[in-house]
Structures are given as structure tokens and as C-alpha cells.
Design a protein around this ligand. Structure first.
Ligand code: PLP
Length: 345
């Protein structure tokens, strides 16, 4: 079986693994104030061209989201697309902290400025929660990306209403190297209040770098991390990995993401050769072909994929994900197999 189920099926990329081995015997301070975590934070500040931020290394995407949203006061709420990870796939982790998620429809996995305005018009007094943050992701959960124009428009609406803009960057690398992207790391920081740079899905063993730009969100953040059980005693584990990923202007980080995107786009090309349509036009490492159920059953005999949902009675929307580790040979094998699957009865 070969897995196209996600981008964390493999361990760490060679550069990360090497760095972990090389630093293994070194003693360091605990809880993320070690020399590696501090150096990694400096590297990130250089790459995003912002010195005025706090960087915290967190174990995973869900903890980042819970922590970022936990900066709000008890009665404050977060606006998200229905497809946003906090709304669709986090088991109520955010709601469990007491913060309501106000879900809007969105378009292609992206929130529309008008939807934020509509929520604000509908929340005007103390009988409803006070919307205080907007959650977006780039790349989105549907593999799409925000353009600079779109992100700027959202950022401006957030400023107009005094909302914090939080960007979930679980797949930020995949967005930044995607065809059609015109955002840089610096733009992401310029246009948001808080965001994270995902490592888990881009070649780290685990770990994300949460970047806080807005001074209002910075105080006592380490208290929040500890209280939410997210402070690693061996915090250097994430620092070491981010040094490997972010040195030389984030070279390894971007190379990993590029491989994942290119491989997924090659898969998309292959599906197109068989006139298999896509559910959504994604330019990153997640693609969503609409497969005949008979073809899907054959694929499932040799490949692990995610069934996203039914399209109609004979077709299913399926998610294929590639990673930093996906090799050309896997794509070639899939092509050879698909020729068979499509042509067999
Ligand atoms: C956009 C996005 N955010 C957050 C997460 C959650 O990450 P984790 O599984 O590390 O909690 C995921 C995981 O799939 C994701 O796709």
C-alpha cells in the first residue's frame, strides 16, 4: 500500500533528522528557552522581516489554534469558514475553551470580507458573543491559496472592526511556493496579528512556530502555553528542527513544500489526462479529484486516500495529498495503475 492520505505519513526530512542527531548529546535549558529555540526564533524573524514579534514553538496545529484563540476574553468569539480546521476537524477544542466559533460559508475554503461584515452587523450587543478574531488558513483546508489582494481586503475589514486576524499556516510553505501565489512571509506577518508556520506537515518530525505580532496578544502567552499542557520540557526538539528548516532563507522549508506541491500537481495532470474532473482547483499539495466509485475501489486496493464525501451516487470526492517525501516513482506507479483501473471493467 502507498499512502496519499496526508503530508505527515513520513518522519522527518534528512536535514531535520541530521540536525536532531548532531545536537542529541548537547545539554540545554528546558521549556523552550534553550539556545536552539532562541536561534530558530531569530532565523524566523529574519525570514519574515519582522523583529517586533514573539515566536513560540508549539507541538501541533490544534494546540496553536486553541492557544491563539485563548488570548480572547471569555465572551469573545472567532469567525471562521465552515471548512476552517477549527470548525470542521478539531473536536470542539476551541469551543471547549468557551469561545464560540461563528461559522460562515466562505468560497473555495476562503472567507469573504462581506461575510465578516455580515457577522458584525448581526452581533451588536451583549446578548450575543462579541466577534473579536477572524480565523483563516493558507493554504486552506481545500488546498486553495489567498492572493495578496484577498488577504489585504480581509486584513482591512478586520482593522475596521477591531478584529484580530489569525492565520493558520499548517501548510503555509505549500501556499507560498504554489503557482499563483503572490504573498511572501513578510506579507503574511504584515497583514495578520498572529499566525503560525507549520512544520509538522512540511518535513519536521513535529512542531509549529507561532508568531505573535500584535502587542495586545503577547503578554503572558507562555502562561497560556503551560496551562494548556503545550509546553515541552524538551522544547529544543522543535527549535533544532526549525533551525534546519529556516537557515539559508528558509531553503529547506520551501524546498520541502515545493516537492509536495509539484508532486500533487503532477497527479492532477494525470487525472486530467483521463478527463477526471477536480472538485476544486487547488494549486498546492492537496488535490480533490471526483472519482467514479468503481475506479476508487480499485485505487483503494493499492493506495490509501481520503474519501472527502459523496459527489453523486456514482462518484466520490477524494483527497490526495503529497509531501516533502513523495517521489517521482510513486507518481509514475500511480499513473501506470490508473491506466489499468480506468480501462478494466
Ligand atoms: C489547516 C490545518 N490546521 C490545523 C491542523 C491540525 O494540526 P494537528 O493535527 O497537528 O493538530 C491541520 C491538520 O490537518 C490542518 O490541516
Amino acid at each position: 500500500m502507498y499512502s496519499f492520505a496526508n503530508d505527515y505519513s513520513e518522519g522527518a526530512c534528512p536535514k531535520v533528522l541530521k540536525a536532531l542527531i548532531e545536537t542529541n548529546d548537547v545539554q540545554s535549558a528546558g521549556y523552550g528557552v534553550d539556545e536552539y529555540s532562541l536561534a530558530a526564533a531569530d532565523l524566523i524573524k529574519q525570514v519574515i522581516e519582522h523583529d517586533d514579534v514573539d515566536v513560540h514553538f508549539i507541538t501541533g496545529g490544534t494546540p496553536c489554534n486553541v492557544l491563539a484563540i485563548s488570548t480572547l476574553r471569555a465572551h469573545e468569539a472567532v469567525i471562521s469558514c465552515e471548512s476552517g480546521h477549527i470548525n470542521a476537524h478539531e473536536t470542539g477544542a476551541v469551543e471547549a475553551t468557551g469561545h464560540k466559533i461563528i461559522a460562515v460559508k466562505g468560497k473555495n475554503g476562503k472567507i469573504l470580507p462581506q461575510e465578516i461584515r455580515d457577522v458584525m452587523a448581526d452581533h451588536t450587543d451583549e446578548h450575543k458573543v462579541r466577534p473579536k478574531m477572524v480565523f483563516i488558513s493558507d493554504a486552506t483546508e481545500l488546498g486553495t491559496i489567498y492572493t495578496k489582494k484577498e488577504l489585504t481586503a480581509i486584513s482591512e475589514v478586520c482593522k475596521e472592526y477591531g478584529l484580530y486576524l489569525y492565520l493558520d499556516g499548517a501548510r503555509l510553505g505549500n501556499a507560498l511556493v504554489a503557482t499563483g501565489n503572490d504573498l511572501s512571509f513578510k506579507d503574511i506577518c504584515d497583514l495578520t496579528d498572529i499566525f503560525y508556520i507549520g512544520g509538522t506537515k512540511n518535513g519536521a518530525w513535529l512542531g509549529e512556530a507561532l508568531v505573535i505580532k500584535n502587542d495586545e496578544l503577547k503578554p503572558d502567552f507562555r502562561y497560556l502555553i503551560k496551562q494548556h499542557c503545550s509546553m515541552l520540557a524538551k522544547g529544543r526538539l522543535i527549535g533544532v528542527q526549525f533551525i534546519a528548516l529556516f537557515r539559508d532563507k528558509a531553503r529547506a522549508y520551501l524546498d520541502n513544500a515545493r516537492n509536495a506541491d509539484i508532486m500533487a500537481q503532477a497527479l492532477k495532470y494525470i487525472f486530467r489526462q483521463f478527463s477526471i474532473p477536480m472538485y476544486i482547483d487547488s494549486s498546492t499539495n492537496q488535490i480533490f479529484p471526483i472519482l467514479e466509485n468503481r475506479v476508487l475501489e480499485k485505487i483503494k486496493s493499492n493506495y490509501t486516500v481520503t474519501e472527502w464525501g459523496p459527489y453523486d451516487k456514482d462518484h466520490t470526492i477524494v483527497r490526495f495529498v503529497c509531501s516533502w517525501a513523495t517521489q517521482k516513482a510513486a507518481i509514475q506507479d500511480f499513473y501506470n495503475d490508473l491506466v489499468m483501473y480506468v480501462n478494466e471493467d
